[in-house]
Design a protein around this ligand. Structure first.
Ligand code: ZN
Length: 263
């Protein structure tokens, strides 16, 4: 049994065939999925999907790529949606993905930081965990996270792709680390070394579908939750653990981190 803690089921690549995607996930032992909404319109679609499918939870946020286009009204709408959802039925399990992307720099960095801080404040005030998107920005993200001690232990680096030094720094801040199909890529030795350095209770699994299809299906597009098994196998081999041990640990970690009920 596996939990895909980060996928985009409302993306144009997955949404039209979502019933089949969910059926294949169940057949592959991926019993639960968290779909990430990257802006307010996407959130409406994600909540609708979760209402129809109890095995789907929602992560609600404004992606750093959208930080330039999203204004105060969008942040207010996000906060209102999170607060409304908290009254029940609770479908939003975390705030994110939020953070800083210094690789693409689609939004000016000061604006990315403002939108990031607004979402950290929202998560803290609502008692929700945070899903981080950091690309070539991990140290700045850690600097900012250190200003939010109330969130210690409640932050996950999604698609962790940095080295052991950064992992150690985020580990000291209490963060968790989520791994995608990137760990199966031939050239990902640095990421695998970081993955080996982490304690088992801090590791989560995700597909980031429709992107980042794992080997041996790297050419298959779109990626989908059913393919999570390959990432789990690869990560287990990297860490010298059995697939069963890694599956059980990461599933328990996901339930604890996102406060998911047992199914
Ligand atoms: Zn994502």
């Amino acid at each position: 049994m596996l939990i895909d803690t980060h996928c985009h089921l409302t993306s144009p690549e997955l949404r039209p065939a979502v019933e089949a995607v969910l059926a294949r996930a169940a057949a592959a032992g991926v019993t639960r999925m968290l779909t990430v909404a990257t802006d307010p319109a996407d959130l409406a679609a994600a909540l609708e999907l979760a209402a129809a499918h109890p095995r789907v939870g929602v992560i609600a946020g404004i992606h750093p790529h959208e930080a330039g286009r999203c204004g105060a009204a969008d942040l207010d709408a996000l906060a209102a949606a999170v607060r409304t959802d908290a009254a029940g039925p609770r479908r939003i399990v975390a705030v994110g993905e939020t953070g800083l992307d210094f690789h693409y720099d689609f939004a000016p960095r000061p604006r990315q930081e403002e939108v990031f801080r607004a979402q950290l404040g929202l998560a803290r005030d609502c008692g929700l965990p945070v899903v981080i998107h950091a690309r070539e920005s991990e140290d700045r993200v850690c600097d900012i996270l250190a200003e939010y001690p109330a969130l210690a232990g409640r932050v996950v680096f999604h698609c962790f792709s940095a080295d052991e030094r950064v992992a150690a720094r985020a580990l000291a801040l209490g963060c968790c680390f989520s791994f995608t199909g990137v760990v199966t890529f031939r050239k990902a030795d640095t990421i695998r070394a970081a993955a080996r350095s982490l304690p088992p209770e801090r590791i989560l699994l995700e597909t980031d579908a429709p992107w980042l299809s794992p080997e041996p299906h790297r050419k298959v597009r779109p990626n989908e939750p059913a393919l999570l098994v390959h990432t789990a196998r690869s990560l287990a081999a990297t860490r010298g653990e059995s697939f069963e041990t890694l599956a059980a640990t990461t599933t328990a970690n996901a339930r604890r981190f996102f406060r998911l009920a047992e199914e």
